[in-house]
Design a protein around this ligand. Structure first.
Ligand code: UDX
Length: 463
């Protein structure tokens, strides 16, 4: 029954079908994974929504080594401003109905290069994995987040059983209690649990739904043949014990290749950076989905003025909750000689630029790995989900950053921003740690590093 799907005896290559969730922070690492798999001899097809495929094309990116195919978006996906959770849900609703057909069509089009393996994002349904199984394909999950986030998900049942969190929405019942999930992770309090919602973020984040999703994911993680992760060993040596089938492929870097950007990169910041002194610029970017209140946006702008150093600030067009981006009166005139503001930056190239001194970040996992790989100290300003946990690792496990703390009303003041920036820029210990971690990251990204894991993985796809 499955004979037509199995690799034909003449098939020379592994052929991987990648299926990320339709959000930037997942599409980007999947693209990087795809480039690496292609480099190590696999054919790569990338499945996303029609909307995102068009968005990537509009952003002007060429994918030389990856074929992109798409599924209809589902009604909710027509609006790019739906929250990530809704986007993900619609996609997962639509995906199973199309997946089998898409695989069959791709295989009919190229009978000597049939799809051999499905690599799907960490999704909360078994359906894609079951389709792969039924069609005789190997299957893997790619987990585009931190070892600590995986440890946290796998610990949910134990945390419920021990009465530490609520079984319904994961709220910490004993907030004062510190939990250490592994010897290499910092002790966390309830506020750092990855499903936790902070004041100020409530409108964008559904805690109960997220918690229930993670609870399901916890079981699904045990189904696939492999779990690929964007980490490297030294970040958490004890993470090996989490799941038996983990393959570490990090740090995943674009190295000049496209990352499936939804917005076009403003390259004018590169010559601007060339004109700044080495180690003098603060880079500020909060990933693809963090949004600020108007008040918080103003505090940040005033904070940058107070710091008084050169800055490169990414302000996406949808950065302020519910309105267009309004800067404080006269701000843009006052900072003409100090700062550069762009809507979307070529982030990896920016972080690798010698003018960058530090990175004010939301601690999304991709940004964190990119910053680590370039040896840039971080000012941590997490927004939701795994970012609080990532912040704790950055500041307390790897000691390559400082956290910026909100006041009792949840606002991060301009004075706190200035204080922490000044402190970080003078901290030689943090700078030295960042350079050490960079070296480990670069070793893992080099030929002798994760390449071996990729080669072994691709070889196993041919068995
Ligand atoms: C989301 C979650 O927020 C994050 O916590 C989770 O781990 C992955 O999914 P996002 O918020 O977009 O992602 O942040 P991040 O993980 O940092 O990914 C953003 C990506 O966009 C990075 O690869 C970054 O280099 C890129 N980027 C960001 C740009 O290319 N240009 C920019 O101007 C800003």
């Amino acid at each position: 029954e499955h004979a037509s799907i199995s690799p034909s005896p003449h098939q020379a290559n592994a052929h991987v079908l990648l299926v990320p969730l339709p959000i930037q922070g997942h599409v980007a690492p999947f693209m990087k994974l795809g480039h690496q798999l292609a480099r190590h001899g696999s054919k790569v097809t990338f499945l996303t929504t029609e909307f995102i495929r068009a968005q990537i094309q509009m952003a002007g990116e060429e994918q030389e080594d990856i074929t992109i195919i798409s599924v209809p978006d589902g009604s909710a996906l027509e609006d790019n401003h739906k929250d990530d959770y809704q986007l993900v849900q619609s996609f997962l609703h639509v995906l199973p109905g199309h997946l089998e057909n898409l695989i069959r069509k791709a295989n009919e089009a190229e009978p000597d290069s049939k799809i051999t393996c499905l690599i799907v994002d960490l999704v909360f349904t078994r359906a894609p994995l079951e389709i792969a199984e039924k069609m005789g394909l190997k299957h893997a999950i790619f987990f585009p987040s931190a070892p600590g986030a995986l440890a946290m998900m796998l610990h949910i049942p134990k945390l419920i059983e021990a009465g530490i969190i609520d079984a319904d929405d994961g709220t910490a019942k004993k907030n004062e209690l510190k939990i250490q999930l592994s010897p290499n992770l910092p002790a966390l309090d309830g506020a750092d649990f990855i499903w936790n919602v902070r004041p100020g973020n409530k409108s964008n984040f559904n805690q109960k739904a997220t918690f229930q999703y993670l609870l399901l994911v916890n079981q699904i993680l045990k189904v696939p043949n492999w779990v690929l992760c964007n980490w490297f060993h030294e970040l958490d040596p004890s993470a090996n014990a989490l799941l038996p089938n983990i393959i570490k492929v990090g740090p995943l870097l674009a190295n000049g290749k496209s990352i499936g950007n939804f917005w076009s990169e403003d390259l004018s910041c590169l010559p601007w950076l060339d004109r700044q002194s080495p180690g003098s610029v603060i880079y500020i970017a909060f990933g693809s989905s963090s949004r600020f209140s108007q008040q918080q946006f103003h505090e940040l702008a005033f904070g940058l003025e107070l710091i008084g150093k050169s800055f490169l600030w990414v302000v996406r067009s949808d950065f302020i909750n519910g309105s267009s981006n309004e800067y404080p009166d006269g701000f843009l005139d006052r900072v003409t000689n100090l700062g550069k503001i762009v809507k979307w930056a070529p982030q990896e190239k920016v972080l690798a630029h010698p003018s960058i001194a530090c990175y004010m970040t939301h601690c999304g996992w991709n940004s964190t790995m990119e910053s680590i790989s370039m040896g840039i100290p971080m000012l941590c300003w997490p927004y939701f989900g795994d970012q609080f946990l990532n912040k704790s690792c950055v500041c307390y496990s790897w000691k390559v950053g400082l956290e910026i703390n909100p006041d009792e009303n949840g606002l991060i003041s301009r004075y706190e921003i200035k204080r922490k920036a000044d402190e970080l820029l003078c901290d030689e210990g943090i700078k030295a740690n960042a350079l050490k971690l960079k070296e480990l990251a670069q070793n893992n990204a080099s030929e002798g590093g994760s390449s071996k894991n990729f080669r072994d993985f691709v070889a196993q796809l041919m068995l």
